[in-house]
Design a protein around this ligand. Sequence first.
Ligand SMILES: Nc1ncnc2c1ncn2[C@@H]1O[C@H](COP(=O)(O)OP(=O)(O)OP(=O)(O)O)[C@@H](O)[C@H]1O
Length: 970
Amino acid sequence: MTTTLPRPSRPSNGPPNIALPALPVSKTRKSTGNIPSPRSAPNTPQSGLRAPSTTHLPPPPSPSPMSALPQPRGVSNANPATPKTIRKTVSINSFPQPPRGDGRGSVPPSPLASERPRTARKSKSSKESMHSNFNPGTPSFLNGSGEGKSITSIRMSDGLVSVGSDPQSRSSSAQESYSTSATTYDDPADNATPKPDTSVGDKRASKSDVKGNILVSVRVRPTANGDNGNPEGEWMVDGRRSLISYKGKEGGNHFYDNVFTTHDNNSRVYDHIAKRLVRRVMEGYHGTVFAYGMTGTGKTFSMQGTASSPGVIPLAITDIFSYIRETPSREFLLRVSYLEIYNERIHDLLSMPTANGIGGVAQQEEIKLREDSKRGVYATPLKEEIVQSPTQLLRVIARGDQARRTASTQFNARSSRSHAVVQIVVESRERMPPGALGGEGGSKRSGLLPGGVRVSTLSLIDLAGSEKAAESKERRQEGAHINKSLLTLGTVISKLSEWKDKEGKGAEKDSKHLPYRDSKLTRLLQGALSGNSLVSILCTIQVGAQGTAATVNSHTTETLNTLKFASRAKNNLVSHAKKAEESLGAGGEGGARVLLERYRLEIVELRKQLEAQAKKKKNEAEEEEDKEDKEDEKAREYQAVERHEEQLLEMQLARTALKERIDHLNRLILSSKSIGVNSNGSLSSLGQHARFSQVSLPGSIRSSVATSVSGKPFLERTASMTSASSTIGRRSSNGGPQVSGDGEPLENDEDSVGEWGDGVASLNAQNRALQADLADKNRYIATLEKRLLQARRASSSRTSVGIGASNKGIMVGEDHSVSAALKEKDAEIADLRARLDDKDRMLAALRSAARSRDTAESRTEIRSPTSPRSQSHGESGPEFGISGSPAKDVRQQRTSAEGASVDDMDRMLEEMIQDRVDTGYIVRGNRGSMRLPPGHKTDGLAEPVHDIEPLRHTPTPMSDREKTPVPGGV
Ligand SMILES: Nc1ncnc2c1ncn2[C@@H]1O[C@H](COP(=O)(O)OP(=O)(O)OP(=O)(O)O)[C@@H](O)[C@H]1O
């Protein structure tokens, strides 16, 4: 078997030229073959397959010449070699017509009935007479065929084949009539016409009106040597009369619904046996078509066909889709499954990944048969594929064919070793024509009637052919299973006769005792065999086998067995098939199987979900947008806050620095004050506040340093400061007189040196104090720079990430921050230098104040030698008073002088700060002050600061004085 439909690898014209084996028979059957008919011996179904005793049969007529055979009307001496003379295509007419409702009561109309032309009926009488001549009148094939109504063939030509028979061949005949006449009564046209003669067979025929739903056909396969038309043969095949006659032993006439000769092609076969049935399936009936026959007789050829001559399955598929196209009032859903019964096991041919001949399939879950009141007997789990086009359906079936087991047998190089069942489930429901519901042409969604879904099935079955004597063990095993299942099928059909005769009286009950369960095949066919389905059986035979006498004999026996099977099926099978009811909703008939309804509901549900999701998505998008807007706003706010915080921090830093500076200066002032207002009036306080007092010195020194190193880097400045300290040392070591801001020698310095007792020690102490102070200052400056740098970095990194990242990138932001930090540092350095300048100026002021005070004191001491100052330095002597109470005067004078000097200092300090503000070093704001670098533009300030010379550039008295050697310097 090939992998596609049709099978290219299977020769269409390669029939074996050897004798065919016999069909399987039960091991229990007697070799004599003299077995009563099923009717007379219902419990021995096997015997039904055997030919009756020859004593019941008339002697077989001697082979007649062609002239003796019935000839088609109008075609005398039809030459079998030229059979296609007046062939009349009656594809649809081959099916019986439904009854006219002429009082047949409960007999359902035959869905397979066709509109047989009346003219065809007119040939009956003549045919009957022909048959009567041929039929010996005994209960035999001939007898059956002689039941006039069976002569339904209206073929005008061909189909008359007589094949020579081996004289040794066993004859076989039916135990009962194999009339197929029942089909004729289904023709409504016939109801009006008087019935032909009412023989015994007629009774049977009238009883089998319901058999209109059953079609039994026989197809004769051509032999290799083409001697199909040998008029001298034992066999006579008359396609026009649907007759097969065997003239040998146990011979007789066999009439069927259709007899296809070797000249009939697949298309004709399909038209007669399946076309109408397929249509009925599409209308809602269940239908079953199966091919039965011995191996190599053309079952698969008939069912599948070839590329040039497609068989029943592809033609049925074509018709199914044609019907769908022609029926716009309904919508359909098709699903297909494909299984095989091999060695009494069911395999899903659509679930097999590969097929490598026998045993080449993968393991799959065991498929079991279950029974359901709605579905009947069905296989599960079975894959069902939904198909939407003929090509797709054919492809699915071809895939299953690939997986089907085939093997070489004696009579067939590619014999099917399994029973294969293609099942097409048709779901349909009515739909409203577009626009019928009004509105805009009726939407697709609303264009459906609320009606239910109708489910019907079409089963297309290719049975395995039996092989009598297989060589290999495997073949024998297969053969045993095949034979057993075919035998069971025959048995069931035989027993159906008894069941049928009960006419309802316990028939139901008895039907349960039919041996359906004896094989998977009969179990699966139970529904069809028990009357729920329209059934069309195609039996294939090959007559005129060649070979040894035994082979030919065996072949003839099996051919007769096949014919008997066909006749029995025709007589016994009854179908009460009804149109499937439409189920409302998924819970109706068919339940969950009704995919169409399920899909419909699912579609509605999915649409709802889709709409809900779209709505939700829209809402989410809106929310997201809102959220993003809010987040953006938040981010902007956050950035603004950060910027504000940065500014605040900077201002805070600036304020803190300024405050510290002011505090420091204030402390200096207090220190200076303490010098002047010491309670004991001595300069010992200088010792106690050495650091503060000494700070005044570096201040002046730094002034000079600031002047000399203005604009130089910070490190240089540190060095300068060190040198400045040494300058002080030099000044002290020089021992020269100190010069005041205006060039006057600083006598007080000398005094103070003298007051320290040892001038060198005092200077050393001062030097140490100055060094400590310098270290303090350096630390302070370093801390300040560090904090500023940190603040800058934080600010720049935030800026670079938040803003710079989107514009210039992080590196750009960092570079910018570094340069900004450098600028800031420079500004800070400049600022510090300016502060030093301030300090210098302040020191100058302090010194001036101290000098004034000392001058005042020295004057007082002249008058009062016991001044506290001299006492404190160990100098004895009377305290000089200016007036009667000299000490009091001195104190008063001193207090006023000190007060003046402190006021001066305050004023100077205030001026200095104001000056810084004016020069742009410090910007006053609402929230505080902020220091700016010297080059910073002060846009928005009331007063531009460009014209104002920064303090650090202003030569201070101290700086001038620094240039002057200090007398008495170390
Ligand atoms: N009517 C026919 N016309 C031409 N060739 C035929 C016809 N019937 C059968 N053949 C050929 O006979 C051979 C055997 O046919 P097929 O395989 O259909 O037999 P089968 O009954 O299915 O056998 P098996 O039961 O072993 O599978 C094939 O090569 C097929 O092409």
